[in-house]
Design a protein around this ligand. Structure first.
Ligand code: X8Z
Ligand code: ZN
Length: 606
């Protein structure tokens, strides 16, 4: 699948000859050969990727052994062939600095087009089979065979229990079943996967998969690590305040036995299987009860179906001057969960054939969370739409965080005033209390997410680099959950458990740092788009709905795809070349002040 599977994008051409020695003129025949090679790449990589993507779509929308096997075969072919091409392209390394920018950039991007395969064909096959199986097993969920018939309860089912129920024993049972069952199914597959995936990465010159992933950001990998740590340092004080307030409220609800006044929050009580976003706790955490209703779920349940919810999303993008979705989108997308087959419900967006074959795959529920997710997914589809005519190697986000941030920035424009204009909210209340309520709701989705967004790949980096061995995988996961999120497992966990495997992106091998970057970038985009719309009020009140100037600036950035380093794309839109979290802090300034007041006298932190 396009958005999710590709680690995407790039390192800059660092290896352009020795700086103190003037480059010798490149052999013209080799330069011509490089150009020819890149032109052919476009055809070959396109075909391989389309084949893999078609097979993966067929599998994820109908999980059968046949579809899983076909997915494994197509992704094996893609990886094996692209790995060969990466190796063949090495002969151009000495002249990279002397090639025209487009030839050079496509040669650089090639390394990030697929998970590289090990040289040994048996290992290459096993790697692809493991990946397909991990994805399918996760999608099916917790299965039981009764009278020879297998029935499965997927993550949708277990998540709903965590969202709605408040009895700690029920929450614990759901949490434990999912983590035990899925973790145990995934563990051995994942351990083998790591070894084989690393062999593939080594074959193309990286020390391991972590190094490959970290190199895809137009900067040296240690600089990338420093960048994410800097961003986390900027937002951590705000997260700490939210954690402190949430812990106190949960302590009041559940008592000291369940939630301690100081220390870690048990992770099954936060309304989400991974404690990654806490939106569903809003009713319990609402700062000013009943001041302003901001939940659109009741209206969606009463008056909308899944298709109409997607049309709300489409209408936002077209209000910016973007094109309507193609007719094929409506024919080919999976909007709701089919009754008669197992599918991967985890939401995703696709351009299956790299030719504007836009689709989304969701199991839409008629609620606010899914309306927001629809806007996220359409952000991916509109990115695809505006760059699908570029060479295939440029058909990616400027970096993968950009891809995740496009729709999320649109969510920030879904203000109460916008929702009222769409008939989704009955009234808009404008006062300080309503602002705090509104900010709390947004923070429970987007601020609670930050440490989780960071830690998933902090964990995988340590796993792929061999810093932690399989026997410590689970302990290390909880060490990081503790360090960054301040949450604890609700029951003691053993080395044989594999709780990271209970998260889709680990089972499906989708890099995760993109979501942390997006959590920061979306506020930078929002601020810049609001400026393009000539808006001058507080950021949290800005909606670019209907603004063609903002839309034109957004489309311009989308159309660049990965053709330029992300710093150039960011500069085009925002006037800065750095990812930076000050726009989040500006957006949430009222809430941060309010939380500091609320938390006075508390021992915050853990
Ligand atoms: O996986 C997603 C999207 C698909 S790209 C629904 N997200 C992350 C997650 O669910 O863990 C969006 C937020 C973070
Ligand atoms: Zn996404």
């Amino acid at each position: 699948m396009r958005t999710l599977l590709l680690p995407s994008v790039l390192i800059l051409a660092a290896s352009c000859g020795h700086p103190s020695r003037p480059a010798e003129p490149a052999d013209p025949a080799l330069v011509a050969e490089a150009r020819q090679f890149v032109a052919e790449l476009d055809r070959t990589v396109r075909q391989l990727t389309v084949d893999a993507s078609l097979a993966s779509w067929a599998n994820e929308t109908d999980l059968t052994p046949e579809h899983e096997a076909a997915t494994a075969r197509a992704s094996e072919a893609q990886s094996v062939e692209i790995t060969k091409l990466v190796k063949a392209a090495r002969k151009f390394d000495p002249i990279l600095g002397q090639l025209d920018p487009d030839t050079r950039r496509q040669l650089i991007l090639l390394k990030f087009q697929a998970q590289p395969s090990p040289d040994d064909p048996a290992q290459a096959r096993e790697l692809a089979e493991l990946a397909a199986k991990m994805d399918s097993e996760y999608g099916k969920g917790v299965c039981k065979t009764v009278d020879g018939k297998e029935t499965c309860e997927d993550i949708e089912y277990w998540s709903k229990l965590l969202q709605k129920d408040r009895a700690p024993d029920h929450l614990l049972a759901a949490w434990k079943t999912w983590h035990d069952e899925i973790g145990h199914k995934e563990r051995d597959l994942f351990v083998k996967y790591v070894a084989l995936a690393n062999a593939g990465a080594r074959g193309i010159g990286f020390s391991n998969v972590a190094s490959l992933w970290k190199s895809g950001y137009d900067m040296p990998e240690d600089q990338f690590v420093a960048t994410v740590d800097r961003l986390w340092g900027q937002v951590k004080p705000l997260y700490d305040q939210l954690h402190c307030y949430t812990r106190r409220k949960l302590n009041e609800m559940y008592g000291d036995q369940v939630v301690p006044k100081a220390g870690l929050i048990p992770s099954h009580l936060l309304g989400n299987m991974w404690a990654q976003s806490w939106d569903y706790l809003y009713p319990e955490l609402e700062p000013y009860k009943g001041v302003a209703p901001i939940d659109v779920t009741p209206v969606l349940e009463k008056h909308y179906d899944a298709r109409q919810m997607v049309q709300i999303g489409e209408a936002f993008y077209t209000s910016l001057g973007m094109d309507p979705l193609p007719a094929s989108f409506w024919q080919r997308s999976q909007l709701t969960k089919p009754r008669d087959k197992n599918v991967v419900c985890h939401a995703s967006a696709w351009d299956v054939q790299y030719n504007n074959d836009l689709r989304i795959k969701m199991c839409i529920n008629l609620n606010q969370e899914d309306l927001w997710t629809i806007h996220h997914e359409l952000g991916h589809d509109y990115y695809f739409h505006y760059y699908y005519q570029l060479p295939v190697l440029y058909q990616s986000g400027a970096n993968d965080g950009f891809h995740e941030a496009i729709g999320d920035a649109i969510q920030l424009s879904m203000t109460p005033a916008y929702l009222k204009a769409k008939g989704l909210l009955a009234e808009v209340v404008k006062n300080d209390k309503a602002t705090i309520n509104q900010q709390m709701q947004t923070a429970l989705g987007k601020i609670s997410f930050l440490p989780f967004g960071l830690l998933v790949d902090k964990w995988r980096w340590d796993v792929f680099s061999g810093k932690v061995a399989p026997a410590q995988y689970n302990q290390h996961w909880w060490d990081l959950k503790k360090q960054y999120q301040g949450v604890a497992p609700p029951v003691p966990r053993a080395a044989t458990d594999f709780d990271p495997g209970a998260k889709y992106h680990v089972a499906a091998n989708v890099p995760y740092m993109r979501y942390f970057l997006a959590a920061v970038l979306q506020f930078q985009f929002h601020k810049a788009l609001c400026a393009k719309a000539d808006y001058h009020g507080p950021l949290y009140d800005c909606s670019i709905y209907g603004n063609k100037n903002a839309g034109a600036a957004y489309m311009k950035m989308l159309a660049l795809g990965a053709s330029r380093p992300w710093q150039d794309a960011l500069f085009e839109l925002t006037g800065t070349r750095e990812m930076d979290a000050s726009a989040i802090l500006e957006y949430f300034a009222p809430l941060q002040g309010w939380l500091q007041q609320q938390n006075k006298g508390q021992r915050c932190g853990w």
